[in-house]
Design a protein around this ligand. Structure first.
Ligand code: SAM
Length: 299
């Protein structure tokens, strides 16, 4: 073997060894075997077993030093280990599957005082009592729970919310709906809710093979940063109602889709910069907010 090849080989293996050793805990495949955590479809379990990858996702969550991190659905703890290794002050995990508890307890023992585990349904547990600001959220969740939680995080009773950022894995099609621009097929309620009060961008794309077992579709990590105030003023409840009406029948013109919202709808659409004949998918965020303000003043 030539010295160049040997040097290249050494560099490759040298790097990979250094990068995979994010902590002194066993590799995730071994953890899964030891604790018998075979993936269950009903819980949407597609695990990330590459610790280099989970550390990379954790880095997308921003500077974790001095932050509490809420992680939903840690499973065997790949992302949890990434978050802790990347310097999170504390991590609170909420996991529905009690089979994961022994694996998570091992991580807690390796990072004394920095990992709190709650076994329960993230849709029913209130994490706030266990967290201290600043708070970031990170998760690789099943599709339906992820979308439901995202909508809850985006529509809190007060803004700014308790969290500074959300770093969330979604199937690619959902990620595209979050960052979509007007005029695209993916544009709708999720894009408007997300972009009204957050900066939202796709920061990583992952092929199905990154997961065990591989899901049918590709995935993306979306990073959302909470803005201190909404981009345009509007009453959240009125805006949500207007957006819901407009997109419930997205093939219809705005004047038909929003019929019954207010008696003088067409005048208000025009005043908000919206053509009564255009469809919701071409109406921008600024116009939806203008319409919501106008509707509120007319109620
Ligand atoms: N974070 C791990 C990883 O990246 O390897 C696991 C990801 S797996 C896609 C989703 C995890 O969420 C599973 O561990 C599953 O048990 C958990 N989960 C599913 N529904 C949940 C819920 N309602 N509340 C909390 N955890 C849930």
């Amino acid at each position: 073997m030539s010295w160049q090849k040997r040097a290249a080989r050494h560099e490759y293996f040298g790097n990979s060894e250094a990068m995979s050793g994010i902590d002194s805990l066993p590799p995730l495949r071994q953890v899964i075997e030891t604790h018998g955590i075979a993936a269950k479809k009903a819980l949407g379990q597609n695990f990330l077993l590459d610790l280099n990858l989970t550390a990379k996702i954790a880095r997308q969550a921003g500077d974790l030093a001095g932050c509490d991190v809420l992680e939903i659905g840690p499973g065997p703890g790949g992302l949890t280990r990434g978050l802790l290794a990347e310097g999170a002050r504390r991590v609170l995990v909420i996991e529905k599957d009690p089979r994961c508890l022994p694996a998570l307890e091992e991580i807690a023992a390796a990072y004394p005082g920095r990992l709190q585990i709650i076994v329960g349904d993230a849709l029913e547990v209130d994490p706030l009592a266990h967290l201290t600001r600043p708070i970031r959220v990170a998760a690789n969740l099943p599709y339906n729970v992820g979308t439901e939680l995202l909508i809850r995080w985006l529509t809190p009773p007060q803004w700014p919310p308790y969290w500074e950022s959300l770093t969330l894995m979604f199937q690619r099609e959902v990620a595209e709906r979050i960052v979509a621009e007007p005029g695209s097929k993916a544009y709708g309620r999720l894009a408007l809710l997300a972009q009204w009060r957050c900066d939202a961008r796709i920061v990583l794309q992952l092929p199905p093979e990154a997961f065990t077992p591989p899901p049918k579709v590709s995935s993306s990590v979306v990073h959302l940063t909470a803005l201190p105030a909404p981009r345009y003023p509007a009453d959240p409840r009125v805006l949500e109602r207007v957006i819901a009406m407009a997109f419930n029948q997205r093939r219809k013109m705005m004047r038909a889709a929003c019929k019954g919202l207010v008696p003088d709808l067409e005048d208000r659409l025009v005043a908000a910069g919206i053509k009564p004949t255009e469809r919701a998918e071409t109406v921008g965020l600024a116009q939806f907010c203008a319409l919501a303000r106008s509707v509120k003043s007319g109620l």
